[in-house]
Design a protein around this ligand. Sequence first.
Ligand SMILES: [Fe+2]
Length: 163
Amino acid sequence: MSNKLTKTIIDIGISEKDRKAIAKGLSELLADSYSLYLMTHNFHWNVKGPMFNTLHTMFMTQYTEQWAALDLIAERIRALGEPAPGTYKEFSKLTSIKEVDGVPKAMDMVKYLVKAQEATAKTARKLFPLVEKANDQPTADLLTQRQDIHEKTAWMLRSLLEE
Ligand SMILES: [Fe+2]
């Protein structure tokens, strides 16, 4: 086999510079998504009060969806030729979401989740212009889906806080 075929050159029509920059943005999205996932699962475990059943179940629906999305984001990074971050050390450096100490009251959990959902949507949105410029449709599709779900979930959580 010739060298041309055995060399692992990535030739998908996106420059190496753009692939690296998009992978970096996706790594930030992965870190936010993981932080949001963990916060949601933590609140599923620890929520108390009269809204227990509603919130415990709602948080489970949310973290289950988020868990599946982590894989899609990480594997898009790999398809672009870069390593996906997968340690708490890397995630804590990359995420825009601040960890919550202790066990907040039920409605404070909802407020923290609204902020974390919004932060994740903003991280996805921030990457969009570069992805469009690089003509990277699979990442654009993924970012669109993540923005849609995070904005919709933020609305649902926000609605719990309103009269
Ligand atoms: Fe559970």
